[in-house]
Write a protein that binds this ligand. Structure first.
Ligand SMILES: [Zn+2]
Length: 217
């Protein structure tokens, strides 16, 4: 029996990691696939679309190249057909600070951290399964490298001022690891697998980074 990459139940389908719909149609050769149960195939779920919206909406490549823009427009059309998802996108405004060429740029985007974390957990567990051919049982910790969330009173700015140092420490885990991925302009990753933990660095569209720590419970 093939086991689901996420929960270990019987797999009935395959899940693309990350979602196939992040890749323009001419870049869909040799994508990463893992066995999945029905529940953990996120391809058609709202979380998957939410995640794509968030990442693609931040990407300079997506905004500037026609084939990528088409993907984003298709996504927006699909989101509009789903009232609950549209509400989620509208109701979760947060102020964020983004590092742009070493400068801090303030921006307001809409972030639903629960949805975002669910997607990143699924992607990182998919990569872990692909690399190790086994399921990771444990907790995940998400590190967003270039984004610091602030509340309305800017109480988390201090955290952001330490961000460069935090990033340096996180990325130091990967100093001997090479990026992998067949369509690196869309997605590449590197990983460090240890006995009781793993670190996975995801990079989307050459510039949007997330690091996920997997820790055995
Ligand atoms: Zn499952």
């Amino acid at each position: 029996m093939n086991q689901c990459y996420f929960c270990g139940k019987e797999a009935v389908t395959k899940e693309h990691v990350p979602p196939k719909s992040m890749f323009p149609s001419h870049m869909r050769q040799d994508l990463i696939k893992v066995p999945s149960c029905k529940k953990h195939n996120n391809e058609k779920s709202g979380n998957d679309e939410y995640f794509r919206y968030l990442v693609m909406g931040q990407s300079k490549i997506v905004m500037s190249q026609k084939r990528f823009k088409t993907l984003l427009n298709n996504l927006l059309r699909s989101i509009k057909r789903k009232p609950a998802l549209t509400v989620a996108l509208l109701n979760t405004k947060k102020k964020i600070r983004i590092m742009d060429n070493g400068n801090i740029v303030e921006n307001t985007i809409k972030v639903d951290e629960v949805r975002l974390n669910d997607s990143l957990e699924a992607i990182s567990k998919g990569i872990y399964y692909f690399e190790c051919n086994q399921i990771f049982n444990g907790i995940t910790q998400i590190y967003a490298l270039d984004v610091a969330f602030t509340d309305n009173n800017d109480r988390e700015i201090l955290y952001f001022e330490n961000q460069k140092e935090v990033n340096r420490k996180i990325l130091n885990n990967f100093k001997d690891a090479q990026f992998k991925g067949n369509n690196p302009i869309v997605f590449k990753y590197r990983n460090v697998i240890q006995e009781k933990s793993a670190f996975i660095h995801l990079r989307f569209y050459n510039e949007i980074d997330y690091v996920i720590g997997l820790y055995e419970a």
